[in-house]
Design a protein around this ligand. Structure first.
Ligand SMILES: Cc1cc2nc3c(=O)[nH]c(=O)nc-3n(C[C@H](O)[C@H](O)[C@H](O)COP(=O)(O)OP(=O)(O)OC[C@H]3O[C@@H](n4cnc5c(N)ncnc54)[C@H](O)[C@@H]3O)c2cc1C
Length: 417
């Protein structure tokens, strides 16, 4: 196994790091101030996007682009370390058109959209002109299990009529959010529970779509939104369906493989930032006659954080490599493992860093509280930890059952001293 990054990735990493240092880090405070003053989108976002585009640091996430589409055609393994750099600051992936949920939506449109759907929605998304949302989760049912969703998509001549309620729909409050991919049931009586669902493109301004509220996350207001939305007799033409009727579940699975690599690498980027801050603080502050890092507890926090991040990164890179080689289905277990490990790691490391900072750690004067909050939220988004643990355990049990009896003789061997 070669642990070195390819020359192309090394170059992109250097260029991204420079871009982050020159254009993103100096604007963190301004971003904070503008959001606090109610300015959204922030005043410099479009200029930074143009700059990233002109420097070729644009749409890095999409591997299978055509000749006339802007992007770099990187594999998942190549892209992963770049997502880590872009994800270090929470708002910066948008500068490079690499933010969730747009990335997943673009992938779906790219893979399953018709030419007309691509022209209408994918092209402006790839250009960064509009933004999008993905609406699956519902307040009335356990949405960890996508077969539960209840939103009804009824065919009426040349239209679908949609009724339902969704919540925690990210991006839906963004003023440039123009399109939503909505998951619902076109065939609720299908005996195959994985063929009942479809995905339909619903423009945000369609009659009957109402953004009821933007839900705060741990009392933290995100201007782009995690919204509750109602659909009342929403009518869209049948040409708005993605793929075919009944393909919704399959497309949702496809979307989630690379998406989890992206989430996890951004999460690693933020964990690295938390560790950097912890290390800095521990070297400049003294308590009881010693620098903080000279106290055993703090030095262990630093060491554990370093080990955990490096372990996590290796596992994500391995997973990305597997997706490239055997597809997301073949890498199911690894995808679940990274999703169950890394958001939790992010909260653990952010928590240690907050503790190292004393009371300041939970104030808005460091990004640590935001890093913790986002890590915590990620323990639900794209499937809660427990669902992933269940999948991993099931695969382990299945593997053991397949080789049933193989290990048994060892258990019956007499123990010798
Ligand atoms: C910040 C944020 C952004 C989000 N963005 C989006 C978005 O853009 N679009 C969207 O559609 N959704 C979004 N979500 C919603 C997210 O995908 C769901 O919250 C998640 O799928 C869980 O569904 P649920 O909330 O209905 O929890 P439930 O399904 O009700 O589950 C509740 C709890 O039950 C436990 N549980 C569930 N299944 C099992 C099991 N098999 N074994 C053991 N325990 C289990 C888990 O602890 C779980 O947390 C977002 C959520 C957050 C927090």
């Amino acid at each position: 196994m070669d642990f070195d990054y390819s020359p192309k990735v090394k170059t992109l990493r250097r260029r991204l790091k420079n871009f982050m240092g020159d254009h993103i880090t100096p604007r963190i405070q301004q971003h904070h101030n503008e959001i606090k003053a109610g300015i959204f989108p922030v005043s410099f976002m479009e200029d930074l996007k143009e700059l990233a585009k002109s420097e070729g640091l644009w749409n890095l996430f999409l591997p299978h682009l055509k000749e006339d589409e802007v992007g770099t055609r990187l594999s998942n393994l190549d892209y992963a370390p770049l997502a880590e750099i872009m994800g270090r600051v929470q708002w910066s992936p948008e500068v490079f058109n690499c933010n969730a949920p747009d990335t997943g939506n673009m992938e779906i449109l790219h893979m399953f959209g018709t030419e007309a759907q691509k022209k209408h929605w994918l092209t402006p998304l790839l250009d960064g002109k509009i933004r999008s949302a993905f609406a699956m989760t519902e307040p009335d049912v356990s949405s960890s299990d996508a077969t539960n969703i209840q939103t009804v998509m009824r065919r009426d001549k040349n239209d679908y009529v949609i009724n339902g309620r969704k919540w925690f729909i990210s991006n839906a409050a963004h003023p440039n959010c123009k399109i939503m991919i909505v998951m619902g049931k076109t065939d609720p009586n299908n005996e195959n529970i994985h063929r009942q669902q479809s995905m339909i493109l619903v423009p945000m301004d369609t009659a009957g779509v109402t953004v009821e509220r933007n839900i705060t996350i741990m009392n933290h207001h995100s201007p782009e939104g995690h919204c509750e939305i109602t659909f009342k007799d929403v009518r869209v033409p049948i040409t708005n369906i993605l793929g075919g009727e009944g393909d919704g579940f399959m497309m949702a699975q496809t979307r989630l493989g690379p998406g989890r690599i992206h989430h996890c690498m951004r999460s690693i980027g933020q964990s690295e930032l938390a560790l950097d801050l912890m290390v800095e603080r521990a070297q400049e502050r003294k308590a009881f006659g010693k620098y903080l890092h000279q106290h055993g507890a703090v030095s262990e926090w630093i060491a554990h954080s370093r080990m955990e991040i490096d372990q996590a990164r290796l596992l994500v890179l391995k997973t990305a490599d597997m997706i490239d080689k055997v597809g997301a289905k073949g890498a199911r277990k690894e995808i679940s493992m990274i999703k169950a490990i890394i958001p939790k790691m992010q909260t653990t490391i952010a928590d240690r860093a907050m503790q190292t900072f004393g009371a300041m750690g939970i104030s808005p004067d460091t990004p640590l509280a935001d890093i913790w909050t986002w890590g915590r939220a990620l323990r639900y988004a794209d499937g809660p930890d427990e669902v992933h643990l269940r999948s991993i355990a099931r695969m382990e049990i299945k593997k053991a059952q397949e080789k049933q009896g193989f290990t048994l003789p060892y258990l019956t061997l007499p123990l010798r001293s």
